[in-house]
Design a protein around this ligand. Sequence first.
Ligand code: ADP
Ligand code: MG
Length: 709
Amino acid sequence: MDMSEIDYTSVTVDDIYGSNSFNDKSMREWLPKSIYKEVKAVQVGEKDLTLEVAEVVASAMKDWATQKGATHYTHWFQPLTGSTAEKHDSFISPQGDGTVIMEFSGKELIQGEPDASSFPSGGLRATFEARGYTAWDTTSPAFIKEQGGDLTLCIPTAFVSYTGEALDKKVPLLRSAEALSRQAMRVLKVLGNTTTERIVTTAGPEQEYFLINKDYYDERPDLQLTGRTVFGCLPAKGQEMDDHYFGAIKEPVAAFMKELNFELWKLGISAKTQHNEVAPHQFELAPIYAPVSVAVDSNQLVMETMKKVATRHGLEALLHEKPFAGVNGSGKHNNWSIATDDGQNLLEPGDDPRSNARFLLFLSATIKAVDVYAPILRASASNSGNDHRLGANEAPPAIVSIFLGDQLTEIMEAIAAGKPVPSRAGDNMEIGVSTLPKLPMDMTDRNRTSPFAFTGNKFEFRMVASSQSIAGPNVVLNTTVAEVLDGFAERLEKASDVNAEIRKITRETYRTHGKVVFNGNGYTDEWVAEANRRGLPNIPATVYALPEYVKDECVSIFEKHKVLSKTELESRVSIYMEQYAMQINVEAGVMIDMADKLIFPAGSEYAASLAESINSLKAAGVKTSPVAQLEVLEEIVIALNCLKAESNKLKELLETVNAIEEEQARAVAFKEKIVSRMAVLRTCGDNLEPLLSREYWPMPTYEDMLFRM
Ligand code: ADP
Ligand code: MG
């Protein structure tokens, strides 16, 4: 169904919510009860999937999908490119008598064999045995994707090599969630919990993005090829203009949001689009949180759907971290928490002494994990686009710190110092015996400059890049917290007095790791100096952050908790380094092209017309010499010379850097040599822009893109 034909007034959310998702509700409707139960057991890891069960599920999925009009299915997976991939196969099975039937077998549901050679493996898989398998991820619901009237049943899958190594972002994510569940369960057991069977990590990523008129996008090769503008300057009045432009959401945006919500609701993704206050034409979408594997899939679908729906409205959705220089960039706030299978949030301060002891323990574990493994967390939020944000005087800094808020910080500091903490009852709090004082749940004035903020019952990891998959950051969070909980569990299991041991752990942890807590303004230079004094790492760019994945501290915990092996980690670093180099290479190439083929000719043309007008003024016998025109002409010529010279220099430098064989060294050279040279070339172009008459400037300007729809 083409959404543009939907009469929204006649459709209710109830009618469509989850209608394209083979979710729990659909499963209960379409599967025999016994099979439904089997699938549920497989989902939580209690049972292995049998081919028998898969046959029944496949058949039901096919019936469900075909009655909605689907003709194809695909194994939908998340290769290390950061996007998603799919290979469509038809349900149609010819019968030899000229007829066809629709078929989908259990084997086709469970396992697929895409051409793995076209996806990056970082050397894990030699090309001659380029086999990779996709395997059904039962934890995330299958869904129907609609594209230009074509309906496809998508099976979320994990992607592994012939020999079982992870080739995607899903495999380590599922492994890390399991690791965290294992360790958290040990802790809960010691605390006397007998009812919980497993732990679920939850994530709710808030997605920031820009919307611009598609006509403008189509005229900008830089946006099309790199996702960001490599030339362009703000109008004299830049972001300050925003009050003026913000008042009401513009008509095309409102229509876009309405349709986007509907499209996502159909997929069972509860999204709430809203206007964002930060930059012109920038918006944010917040979903309801979900178990992490579902949240990762949903976020990929959110990004994809945004792009798709935008074009239907003559718009383009920009997911790049920094589409416009000088304008606030986009991030993704990865809200993260840990809950029991019966719905108790382990990061929620409770009403009774027991849940408070538990809260303090899990809070301490997270604080320690973030402090000890800050460099890996930083690495997990690295890509070329985010280099324009992290540490570049923009939200958030490259230093990983935790915001706890004044009240909780005071409590933790008092615990660490062995000082009395007032309890809710008014007396002194004793962990595991009395209750915490009530924490304010209204977090509206909370610190927005912190990269890792406690917001009442969850943490918000704000470093994450807007275009990236949230899988990586959650893998690191899950794995590092699992490692710390492992240590806590070890101690608690041996302790004769559990409450005393919790007190000790909490006190010691905050004493050692409280240095990562910072409630002040993270954007200031004072914080950079202070963080340095505290010994907190400040890793300024992607190429320096990524190698953290293969340092011993990281490898040992990733291997210990069976999330990724050393080889798998190495292959990832190699792929991400290569991706970084490729991205900068394309950006530099586009810059050179735009400088030579668009900007230089346009500037020359305008200069010629100026010269002509000066000459004709002279010829007409105008007495006073046209000083202003001459001055502008001179400035233009200077800028043009600079542009040409810099474009040539960049070209030469690109050749040298591209000739570097070793991948890591090449990526570093792109960062250290090319990026700064690009900045100089950009300045030449940006100096020229205001000198030319508007009709001569060969592309849409920032003013067009940011202030006109
Ligand atoms: P705000 O960040 O403006 O305070 P909310 O607190 O309502 O907004 O939630 C922000 C995001 O955090 C939403 O996407 C929400 O689903 C998600 N979220 C809320 N609770 C949790 C949780 N326990 N685990 C993971 N994400 C959560
Ligand atoms: Mg937020």
